[in-house]
Write a protein that binds this ligand. Structure first.
Ligand code: FE2
Length: 287
């Protein structure tokens, strides 16, 4: 629940505001980029919603904020915004919202598949999501890209009897995980699903490539709004930047048209354009 007494002075006046408990996780800017902006260590309202679409996006951001830092100066009905999650971002793939402060607001995803549904990283526990996942056939696998973004994976796994997949080197975050990936060789885990270890951000970071089309990239690589291109950062290479550069280069041999990360922006292009963007990133980080 946001606190008007802690309202950041950078907010433009109006219905919505952000308070000083914001952790600058980018969730609101992804959901309502026209309303929220980055002011350094916080987000703030740069423009109050004017259209129905903008209002809807701002309400989605309000309910998705992991720290409850977005508020309104008057009471608003948020029930319909809550009911919108998970949000389908392309056919069969959903952004879960309800990001957890435990994972610094990392995005997680739900993927419908005829052989059993997947979740990629985890949101905080929400009965609303549980019910929607159940309606869509439950969960077979929970793929954990790395130790930072597990949030309430254990509870979702227990609820659905899902198997959690994590690298051996990240096991401290999920010691009871059912499927443990060892080593650094890419694995064809199931038809349509390739698991690719990408050491760098953490030693046991992994990405999931779906149908050679969609890359769930965790905190390995993401789309940057500011650079308008793919991005990876030395400042968050907790394990090794040198290894991360190698891991980014490794992805050149895998086609994908869309990238859905833990942090940073989601982006869907054509395979050809994405491959050009990847080559541009490799040039930048190889310098
Ligand atoms: Fe991370």
């Amino acid at each position: 629940m946001a606190d008007l007494r802690k309202k950041l002075t950078e907010n433009v006046d109006g219905l919505f505001f952000v308070d000083s408990t914001c952790i600058d996780c980018d969730t609101c800017r992804q959901l309502a980029p026209e309303v929220f902006t980055d002011i350094g260590n916080y987000a703030a309202v740069v423009k109050q919603p004017e259209t129905d679409d903008e209002l809807r996006s701002a309400l989605r951001a309000l309910v998705a904020c992991p720290t409850g830092s977005i508020g309104t100066i008057e009471k608003v009905d948020i029930k319909s915004a809550i009911a919108e999650f998970p949000i389908e971002i392309e056919p069969g793939i959903f952004y879960n919202g309800f990001v957890s402060p435990d994972s610094y607001g990392a995005s997680s995803y739900f993927l419908r598949h005829p052989d059993g549904n997947w979740m990629i990283d985890a949101p905080k526990w929400m009965p609303q999501l549980r019910d929607r996942f159940r309606e869509m056939g439950g969960l077979r696998y929970i793929f954990l890209t790395h130790r930072d973004d597990v949030a309430d994976a254990e509870r979702y796994a227990a609820e659905f009897g899902a198997e959690r997949i994590i690298h051996k080197l990240e096991l401290s975050a999920q010691p009871d995980a059912e499927k443990i990936i060892d080593g650094f060789e890419p694995i064809s885990f199931a038809p349509d699903f390739q698991i690719i270890p990408v050491p760098g951000h953490t030693k046991g970071s992994m990405v999931l490539l779906y149908k050679n089309e969609v890359l769930f990239s965790g905190d390995h690589m993401w789309w940057s709004r500011n650079r308008n291109g793919l991005s990876a950062s030395r400042s968050v290479a907790w394990y090794s930047w040198k290894e991360q550069v190698k891991s980014v280069k490794l992805l050149e041999q895998y086609p994908f048209r869309a990238i859905y990360p833990g942090h940073g922006e989601r982006k869907a292009l054509t395979t050809e354009t994405m491959s050009t963007e990847l080559r541009k990133l490799i040039q930048v980080i190889s310098r």
